[in-house]
Design a protein around this ligand. Structure first.
Ligand code: AMP
Length: 174
């Protein structure tokens, strides 16, 4: 199957949630069994041999393919959540958004220095969210960190917020 079929299945919603945003809706891809399987297979083939022990998913759309991938590569799953959602002791990071600030949290006992971590989210736009998640995971000093997206909005050049050499992969560039 070609990536064009996956790309074609992503629905573009103009001006959602605010004017000027071209929202990439993946639900039109995910609801198709053969395309969901293909997406899962691509992620599996990309990460199967990296020794990854924890997949970290960013709330909330990182919670869709994150656990599917974790199951297939034999890793655990760890959620990064918005404030006030995780019940035990957390560490957090705040970051600048286009308007105002945002904060994300992770359980303090979620990752150990022996882990090899993959952080997954559905989409790379400006990169602010993933950069914050990356910095949060880095505080655990894991053996290695990989970064994975389904869609990369190439025009926004979100990769520029990461240091050169960061292991970033996206499946579909739009
Ligand atoms: P950013 O921090 O700018 O890279 O934004 C990434 C986060 O916002 C991801 O969790 C995406 O789910 C969401 N997001 C940002 N822009 C879009 C878009 N155009 N379409 C769909 N989701 C988006």
């Amino acid at each position: 199957m070609s990536k064009e079929r996956l790309k074609d299945a992503v629905r573009n919603i103009p001006d959602f949630p605010t004017p000027g945003i071209q929202f990439k809706d993946l639900t039109t891809l995910l609801k198709q069994p053969d395309l969901l399987r293909e997406l899962s297979d691509i992620l599996y083939e990309t990460y199967r041999d990296k020794g990854i022990t924890k997949v970290v998913g960013i709330e909330s759309r990182g919670f869709i393919m994150g656990p599917i991938l974790a199951t297939r590569i034999g890793a655990g799953f760890v959620p990064i959540r918005k404030p006030g959602k995780l019940p035990a002791d957390t560490i957090q990071i705040s970051y600048d958004k286009e308007y105002g600030k945002d904060t994300i949290q992770i359980h303090r006992d979620a990752i150990s220095p022996e882990d090899i971590v993959l952080i997954h989210d559905d989409l790379l736009a400006t990169g602010g969210t993933m950069r914050a998640a990356y910095d949060l995971v880095k505080t655990f000093s894991p053996r290695d960190i990989y970064v994975s997206f389904i869609v990369e909005l190439a025009g926004l050049d979100g990769r520029k917020v990461f240091e050169p050499g960061t292991k970033i992969d996206s499946i579909l560039q739009m």
